[in-house]
Ligand binder design. Structure first.
Ligand code: GLP
Length: 248
């Protein structure tokens, strides 16, 4: 079941999403939380940091598994997702670094890295809550539009549109890695609860297609409609093209 929560703006979206993640951790202090990168979750992370610093939220037993990582970027590279997570969340909260998992982009043995990550997810006992953003082309994690859904963690060739969208974080388009490790759709769909966030006019078209269109690997996020517990939290701009029927 997919429920849609419309928020006034980005801050409202961030607070509501942070509230749901926070409730999950309060109810189960050793929750396994799937985390996402990108600009959209930044406000959520800032809110969680604030609540943790106030003493309202305790990450000491929480485990996190990240969706994806660029291939070939070392951990200390400012655009690696490892670095992103340290800077924007982990170093500010009381999480045990040994409980945070991100694919190792520097492992060139793809098969080994993918199998290792898949096993690690299984060994956590399963993801309690998976946070997702959405790419302009409908990707979740780095599951790009394709002819089929990939089940497990795999290495993907990034599409031109993703390379262009993400080039804003790099000095030039040429600097954007061409490949990435990503959790597969099967692993994402195995999460007990999914929270997908979207903000701004730039996401309005893909959100409309995701909700109103068919379930298809051509728009990977559309599969979420088959999940039993998924919540889309999006601001008015991101929902501005959606048929109002869906918001009743
Ligand atoms: C990136 C990440 C995704 C993220 C998406 C949207 O490529 N791999 O996990 O959801 O792009 O990013 P943003 O939130 O900046 O729009």
């Amino acid at each position: 079941m997919l429920r849609i929560i419309e928020t006034r703006d980005y801050n409202d979206m961030s607070r509501k999403a942070a509230n749901i993640i926070s409730a999950q951790i309060i109810l189960k202090n050793d929750s396994v939380i799937g985390l996402a990168t990108g600009s959209t979750p930044l406000g959520i992370y800032a809110t969680l940091i604030h609540w943790c610093k106030k003493g309202d939220l305790d990450f000491s037993k929480v485990k996190t598994v990240n969706l994806d990582e660029y291939c070939g970027l070392p951990k200390e590279h400012a655009q690696s997702y490892y670095y992103f997570m340290q800077e924007n969340l982990f170093k500010h909260i009381n999480i045990d670094p040994g409980n945070t998992y991100i694919p190792n982009g520097m492992n060139l043995n793809r098969k080994e890295e993918c199998e290792k990550y898949h096993k690690m997810i299984e060994q956590t006992g399963g993801i309690d809550l998976q946070l997702l953003g959405i790419g302009n082309n409908g990707h979740i994690g780095f599951n790009e539009p394709d002819d089929q859904f990939a089940n497990y963690t795999h290495c993907v060739e990034l599409t031109q549109s993703t390379i262009e969208a993400n080039s804003r974080f790099f000095d030039s388009k040429e600097m954007v890695p061409k490949q990435a490790y990503t959790m597969g759709i099967g692993e994402i769909m195995s999460a007990k609860q999914i929270l997908i966030v979207a903000s701004g006019k730039g996401k309005a078209k893909v959100i409309k297609e995701m909700i109103e269109g068919p379930v298809s690997p051509k728009l990977p996020a559309s599969i979420l409609k088959f999940h039993h517990n998924v919540t889309l939290i999006a601001d008015q701009e991101a929902l501005s093209l959606l048929d109002q029927e869906y918001l009743k």
